[in-house]
Design a protein around this ligand. Sequence first.
Ligand SMILES: Nc1nc2c(ncn2[C@@H]2O[C@H](COP(=O)(O)OP(=O)(O)OP(=O)(O)O)[C@@H](O)[C@H]2O)c(=O)[nH]1
Ligand SMILES: [Mg+2]
Length: 593
Amino acid sequence: MNTSEQVKKSVHIPETVTVKRFSEILGVPVSKTITELLKNKILATINDEIDFETASIIAQDMGFETEKDLSVKEGESLTLEKLLEICKQESETKENLRVRPSIVTILGHVDHGKTTLLDTIRKTNVAATESGGITQHITAYQTKKRGKVITFIDTPGHEAFSSMRERGISLADVAILVVAADDGVRPQTEEVIQYVKDKGIPTIVAITKIDKPTANVQRVKQELGDRDILIEEWGGKYMCCEVSSKMGKGIDELLESILLLSEVENFSANPKRDGLGIVLEAHLDPQKGPVATILAKTGVFKVGQDVFVGKTIGRIRRMEDWTGKNVTEAVPSMPITLYGLEAVPNANDIVQVVKTKIRLRSGSQISSSEESSVKHRINKILESDARKKVNVVLKADTQGSLEAIEQILDTFKSDEVVLQYIATGVGSITESDVRLAETSETVITGFNVEATSVAKRLAEESKVEIKTFKIIYELIDNVKSRMEALLTPEIIRTDVGEVDVLAIFKTGKKDMIVGGKVRKGRAKNGCFVEVKRNENIIGRGKLANLQQNKVNTDEAKQSTECGITFEGETKIKIGDTLACFFEEQKKKTIQTV
Ligand SMILES: Nc1nc2c(ncn2[C@@H]2O[C@H](COP(=O)(O)OP(=O)(O)OP(=O)(O)O)[C@@H](O)[C@H]2O)c(=O)[nH]1
Ligand SMILES: [Mg+2]
């Protein structure tokens, strides 16, 4: 029989598969599969795992058509990459697909007006209530234009938050590259340009703050052009909108551009499947328990469903949309706040609905094992590192900010001092944090969190210092100065002159009065003195009083004679030289790498 005339059977193969399972999928004996593998110079036994690519070649050799099986197995922990792959494959198969709101990520350098732009779009006022006016979290919102919904993700521009920006980008259907007209392309603008180019994300340029007197729109366009972001007006492919959030100018054009791009790209998802989404932010609320802000990527989430989220699980007790209104269902591209998880998940964890009943693990079990691994890590450093330690228990409001803080602190490098995390975590500062700090002379450092009243009382009793911050770089500066305080200062010596001793007037136990002549430079009252005999330094002291013609003076010039009160235990002799100098201590600083 000629195989080419047969209708090829299509099989779905997972990313990795055992030889046994692979044979079952193909419906052939294991021995046949092993023989085929051998023909391709792969030696594998029945329980060995092979990857999709290998399995695919073998299956095709045996007359099958192959497709990657991207269905989610119960209990399988998904990665962001796999989630995106699932969404991509779905959009290619076009089965059950419905148009969904496009996810638009706002990116750009710090203070270039991202939050204010979104604010104006939403007509609310978030930027004015942020600590220090900078965005320190990822936030997601929805808005409507011409009856069409758009999902916006705001990202922080401060350099500390590159992982949050990257996350914002991975989710974006469309990126808005914000550049302030009065400031132009800056380091984080360049970082964003690199990201969007690498990931091939459709991008719209928004030149903001055009109302400012120092605005120079042409210069911004030029700077972008120099980096291969050529706008349409200049013959390039990038749509460009000039906006002033302050005056509400150019906003409609920007929204129109987003809708135009979305119509071309026709973003869709499958609302018939179980929900799959990603955690944007998560924190522990003292009253409500773990709270996660998630973005639904595909499928539908319903109240009452069980979910896996990274390493934790839960049942969706309640969901809120971005305005805080309760909803019973979340559809693709919808940002929602989710309540009912067992523990605080990590930013970037994938949320997946599970259908079979899951046995709930105790949250305390997870944290106790995590605590022991933290301690283990610290002890290892203690043993092997001779540097001075700055100990810290670091607590933050969300996993994302914790990550960002650790990333920056890890760039502090010194040969003398090292930062040691006694523990890190998300949520309020608790009694157990204080207990950990107590035993290791540690400052508890909190970001956007408070200490519980029990923890506060315990800290006062045991004299543990708790420092909390609302602005990330103030926290960073504080930890840095704690490290710098332990650095031995650099001593800078300035030589001022040399005096030859010609006479000894008085010899006391701890001081002497001598007479001499300034041979070189000058002698200065209050300076340090080194006593030299035959070119060897034999002692050190201080010039406590300087006189010329029996009158106190501040300095004696070269070639003049003077009387010196020397404070020190060295016994000076005629013919010795007194080297005069000053010393200044200079504080060292911590370098970043
Ligand atoms: N004149 C003028 N000022 C603006 C405009 N847009 C933003 N600003 C000001 O610029 C400053 C920074 O604005 P934000 O919106 O907080 O900037 P951001 O890009 O979100 O900053 P990060 O989130 O920290 O990266 C604020 O003082 C705003 O009032 C604008 O269109 N015109
Ligand atoms: Mg902002």
